[in-house]
Ligand binder design. Structure first.
Ligand SMILES: Cc1cc2nc3c(=O)[nH]c(=O)nc-3n(C[C@H](O)[C@H](O)[C@H](O)COP(=O)(O)O)c2cc1C
Length: 204
């Protein structure tokens, strides 16, 4: 009986050690390559999307980094009708309007993050006004920032330049511009881009 009391825990211990070794060998307990470098809990992905394309890009970045998604949302949404939205956006951009954002978007605790991905659609060759508000209201000084953008054929245009002007004291990691009709290839393009950012970051 005494012998059994010794043997049973010994067997249990051996089985546990074997299971741990097996999980480690097969990678179950190891972090993904990206997560190891970017520290998922320190990554924020802030984006505005009117039609869902930039949101799709943001979700792919989330998949690659494990970061936190933050949707930038104006208190008064832009019109749902495309032509009306295009017209309203034109007026707002011309007048330099910075639309008010929902409370969750202002005074974000940036101390919780060290790497911020900022995303916007190309609107009249610049960033969408809600993104301008977000950058003006949240201090990204000293943060590592990467910019992503989606467009309908006009490419990056002034988007990166205008975004960077609103966060002059951030360390800029790089940017990516994605064509709206190529949504199916976002995953691949974003994965390569994020890996490249890590490399640049590590090379610095
Ligand atoms: C108001 C408005 C203005 C736009 N202006 C441009 C533009 O100047 N150049 C361009 O290439 N695409 C332009 N587009 C197309 C969008 O940039 C493109 O479809 C983008 O992927 C939409 O992203 P979203 O679905 O996240 O809103 C515009 C779209 C809207 C709604």
């Amino acid at each position: 009986m005494k012998m059994l009391l010794f043997i049973i825990p010994a067997i249990l211990l051996a089985v546990a050690a074997w299971m741990y070794a097996d999980a480690t060998m097969h990678g179950n307990t190891s972090k993904t390559e990206t997560a190891a470098d970017l520290q998922p809990q320190r990554v924020l992905i802030a984006y505005y999307s009117w039609g869902g394309t930039t949101r799709h890009a943001a979700e792919e970045i989330q998949r690659c980094t494990g970061g936190t998604l933050l949707e930038i949302r104006p208190v008064t949404p832009y019109p749902e009708d495309y032509d009306t939205c295009v017209q309203k956006a034109k007026e707002d951009i011309r007048a330099g309007v910075r639309p008010a954002l929902i409370p969750e978007n202002t005074g974000v605790d940036m101390t919780a993050y060290d790497t911020i991905f900022v995303g916007s659609p190309n609107w009249w060759s610049t960033i969408a006004p809600p993104v301008a508000t977000f950058l003006a209201q949240n201090d990204l000084s000293g943060k590592k920032v990467a910019f992503f953008q989606t467009h309908g054929g006009g490419g990056m245009a002034n988007c990166e330049r205008h975004a960077r002007a609103l966060m002059p004291k951030a360390t800029f990691l790089g940017s990516i511009s994605l064509r709206d009709i190529q949504k199916d290839s976002f995953a691949e393009a974003i994965s390569a881009w994020v890996k490249g950012l890590k490399k640049e970051k590590n090379d610095k």
